[in-house]
Structures are given as C-alpha cells and as structure tokens.
Design a protein around this ligand. Structure first.
Ligand SMILES: NC(=O)c1ccc[n+]([C@@H]2O[C@H](COP(=O)([O-])OP(=O)(O)OC[C@H]3O[C@@H](n4cnc5c(N)ncnc54)[C@H](OP(=O)(O)O)[C@@H]3O)[C@@H](O)[C@H]2O)c1
Length: 221
C-alpha cells in the first residue's frame, strides 16, 4: 500500500480520488485550503496550504514524517470566460497561471525530498484536453493557456526526474461533473478517479512524460 498526496482534495476529482484510494487500502494525505475534507478516515490525513503560498507548502511538507509515494497535482481553477481572447483580464490570467502552473511547480519541488524516500515514487499532473495545441480554442483562454504551460512544464520535469527514478504522467481527467466541469459534463468524478488511479498504477519510467486520457488512451499534445 502506498501514500498518496493529493492537492485540492476537499471536493471534485481530488475528493473522489481520495475516496477510491482509501477504499482500496492506501494512505492519503489530502491538501485543503481551509477546513476539513467532507470525509473522515483513519488513513486520511489533512494538510493545509494554498498552492500559491510556498511557505505554507513547505510547512505542510515538514509536518509529514514518512515518504510520499505518489504526488497528485490536482488543485486548479478555471478563471474567467471571455468572448474574445484579447479581452482576457490580465489579473485573472495571472492568477490562473499562478494556481495552475506555478502551483504544481511549487508543490512538486517542495515534496521531491519525500518522494525521494519512496521505493516507487510517482507524480501526476492533472491537466486538461483544453491545453492541447490541437484542441480548438474556447472562451476560457487563460485556463487553456495555463494547461498548455503546465503540459510543457511537466514534460520537462518528466525528462529531468527520469534520472531520479521518478516517472510522471500528465492526465486529462475527462469532462467531469464537478463545480468546475458543471452538471452537464460527461462523466462522474468516480469514473474519472478510477481512470486516474489506473493511469498511476500503470505508470513506469518506460511510459513517463506522456499526456494521457483518463481512459488510458494517449492524447495529442
Ligand atoms: N472538471 C472537469 O471537467 C475537468 C476537466 C479537465 C481538467 N480538470 C482539472 O481537474 C482538476 C480538479 O478539477 P475539479 O473539476 O475537481 O475542480 P473543482 O471541483 O473546482 O475543485 C478544485 C479544487 O482545487 C482546489 N484549489 C483551487 N485553487 C486552489 C489554490 N489556490 N490552492 C489550493 N487548492 C486550490 C479547490 O480547493 P477549495 O475547495 O479550497 O476551493 C478544490 O479542491 C483541476 O486541475 C482541473 O483543471 C477538470
């Protein structure tokens, strides 16, 4: 059984992932910004940080004794929708990049020492098909750009972490019925989470650095 650290585990995909991993016997360290996740479990531990706050991330890391086997960078925001790309609000754009790109950079960097203490370390970045350069533009230009940047960052990290024996997968979780995905989305959080767990179970250094769909198929960049 492994220890998973999941960012943004108070709701949505992060919460569904935590539930499934706990059900099959893994340990979960779930990050929330405030309060408690809406589940209690003897193998669930909560840490508190905003992914924009490096001091809080480091303090959470320092509060954990054992190794972290699997880091799931899940927390993210959609930002504003605009009719025209050139009308995107600069402050909103900067916040989306801060949370969706620099957040996973800060968290991964902070937790590398704990991943380094694992026998079988792995990293996942929860990205989006909207970050694919081959995917048609949408009104969420900041979000799309952030996930494209996340993909490129994580591709580079996968390349570098290979020498440390840490495989990394970049995952599109599907269009999921969460606060972000909305009620019309095509799959339930449980279905997405099951797919993400399979991706992590199958992840090895031989498959590191790929952009994968929740259903196990490979995505175009
Ligand atoms: N839903 C979809 O259809 C879909 C599709 C493609 C990709 N994704 C990606 O999947 C991931 C999870 O999305 P979701 O649908 O589960 O979204 P969600 O229901 O809106 O949940 C977002 C999670 O991220 C956390 N979060 C947001 N800003 C944060 C910050 N600054 N610091 C720490 N945590 C923060 C939230 O915490 P609080 O509760 O404190 O706000 C919450 O736990 C995101 O990366 C998203 O881009 C989702």
């Amino acid at each position: 059984m492994s220890t998973y650290l999941i960012t943004g585990c108070g709701r949505g995909i992060g919460l569904a992932l935590a539930r499934q991993l706990l059900e099959r016997g893994d340990d979960v360290i779930g990050s929330v910004r405030d309060g408690e996740p809406p589940i209690r479990h003897e193998r669930l531990r909560t840490v508190r940080f905003d992914v924009r706050n490096p001091e809080a991330i480091d303090a959470a890391r320092d509060s954990i004794d054992g190794p972290v086997d699997v880091l799931v960078n899940n927390a993210g925001i959609a930002g504003e929708r605009t009719d025209r790309a050139h009308a995107a609000g600069v402050d909103d754009f900067a916040e989306v990049l801060d949370v969706n790109v620099l957040g996973p950079l800060r968290v991964t960097r902070a937790f590398l020492p704990l991943l380094g203490r694992s026998d079988q370390p792995k990293v996942m970045a929860v990205s989006s098909q909207l970050g694919g350069m081959t995917f048609p533009p949408t009104g969420h230009v900041a979000y799309c750009a952030s996930k494209a940047a996340l993909n490129k960052l994580m591709q580079a990290m996968a390349h570098d972490l290979r020498q440390d024996g840490i495989p990394l997968v970049i995952a599109h979780p599907g269009w999921v019925r969460t606060d972000m995905g909305g009620p019309s989305a095509s799959i339930a959080p449980e279905e997405s989470a099951a797919g993400l767990v399979n991706l992590l179970d199958d992840l090895t250094l031989a498959t590191t650095g790929r952009f994968m769909n929740w259903d196990g198929s490979e995505r175009a960049w």
